[in-house]
Design a protein around this ligand. Structure first.
Ligand SMILES: *Cc1c(COP(=O)(O)O)cnc(C)c1O
Length: 391
């Protein structure tokens, strides 16, 4: 990565950092180096690249731009966000303990509770919007504090600097899953985090056409350990997938501005609707994490959750009735999505401490026209008003 881009603004780095014109042809767009191996000059003269599991120039460009956007020294790209999570777990050993946010991404909770707990790694779930709960959960053997902010699906806010301060004299690493905010809205390393994870499937890619993950950090030893285990384990992204994320990142700033603006409008509309019980959006002044969010985020992103008055059937009916909002898991794409966490993204935590309410719906507000989005929700909720007015 040339140092010059580091002095430019976010929007400029999103387009140029790590992405010099191709030296052989001048192609302005980073080529998709669709190759598994690289020819060496001699048996004792290795080039920069050698084998496609270890590295690939398209992947390097992606790693460098995300590192630049997060203000990090290095980045590593993965086949998925969870492959990045798995790679971070290799920093742990039997006997270690994790403190995990109690409404973590369902797949993160599943990985901790059902996979690595089998290898002698214990964990505690806490409400991380309350720093006291984190302090109480930290043990001498805690090695990882895993935060997500805003959280999924309740959009709770974790005070990143507050958690980093708690860990100042403790060897535990603070990992922040920054997927919901994207690097445009929040940079956890600058607030004291040690590692940042992104599911690039979401806002970084931004077009619902790729699955990927990126981890960034500053510590060179952690980089060496993660890189070694990634190469040894193999969860790498293909060159084309890296290219799709690279292309998505170029428009990240303009997309995040529109996602945030549309989401605020949707949240305000829902808050005033008689069929809606509660709206969870950190951009609303009444949200308990609003002040912390306003301090550590540039804007409030595109995710909005809400509970409807009624029961599970009511929520299911709303999710079936939207037309612009498509019924699907995932998030962060240009198109608006609606989903039922209890049955869909968070089905794997049913019956555990992390279970969610069955009248909860989650929206990934896209970048379509604001009036079309609100009109769509209005028509979907309209059917319910007569039934729910009785309550
Ligand atoms: C989707 C997601 C993940 C997992 O990423 P994949 O790319 O699906 O493996 C992790 N954290 C959050 C917050 C997510 O939304």
């Amino acid at each position: 990565m040339t140092a010059d881009w580091q002095r430019t603004a976010f929007e400029t780095r999103a387009i140029h950092a790590g992405q010099e014109p191709d030296p052989t042809t001048g192609a302005i767009t980073t080529p998709i180096y669709q190759t598994s191996t690289f020819v060496q000059k001699g048996v004792d003269e290795l080039g920069t690249y050698e084998y496609g599991r270890t590295h690939n120039p398209t992947r390097t460009a992606l790693q460098d731009v995300v590192a630049s956007l997060e203000g990090a020294a290095w980045g590593l790209a993965y086949a998925s966000g969870l492959a990045g999570t798995q790679n971070i777990s290799y920093l742990l050993a039997p006997g270690d303990h994790i403190v995990l946010t109690d409404d973590a991404y369902g797949g993160t909770h599943r990985f901790v509770a059902k996979v690595i707990s089998r290898y002698g790694i214990d964990y505690s779930l806490v409400d991380m919007s309350d720093l006291e709960q984190i302090r109480a959960a930290i043990r001498p053997e805690t090695r990882l504090v895993w935060a997500e902010t805003p959280t999924n699906p309740y959009l709770k806010i974790v005070d990143i600097r507050g958690v980093a301060d708690l860990l100042q004299n403790h060897p535990a690493l603070l990992v922040v899953d920054n997927t919901f905010a994207s690097p445009f809205l929040q940079n956890p390393l600058a607030l004291g985090a040690d590692l940042v994870l992104h599911s690039s499937t979401k806002y970084l890619g931004g077009h619902a056409d790729v699955v990927g993950g990126v981890v960034v950090g500053n510590d060179p030893e952690i980089y060496e350990t993660l890189k070694f285990h990634q190469n040894a384990g193999g969860a790498v992204p293909g060159p084309f997938d890296c290219w799709l994320v690279l292309r998505g990142i170029k428009t990240l700033p303009v997309r995040m501005e529109r996602h945030s603006r549309n989401a605020l409008a949707v949240a305000e509309f829902l808050q005033g609707h008689p069929a809606v019980r509660h709206v969870f959006y950190p951009g609303l002044p009444g949200h308990p994490g609003h002040d912390v969010a306003a301090r550590q985020m540039r804007d409030f992103s595109g995710m909005v959750s809400f509970t409807v008055r009624g029961d599970f059937q009511t929520a299911a009916e709303v999710a079936r009735s939207t037309r612009v909002f498509q019924l699907a898991v995932s998030l962060g794409g240009v198109e608006s999505l609606i989903e039922h966490p209890g049955q869909m993204t968070h089905a794997s935590v049913a019956g555990t401490e992390a279970e969610v309410e069955d009248t909860l719906l989650r929206l990934s507000v896209g970048i379509e026209n604001e009036a079309d989005l609100i009109g769509d929700l209005a028509q979907a909720l309209e059917v319910l008003v007569p039934a729910t007015a009785i309550r």
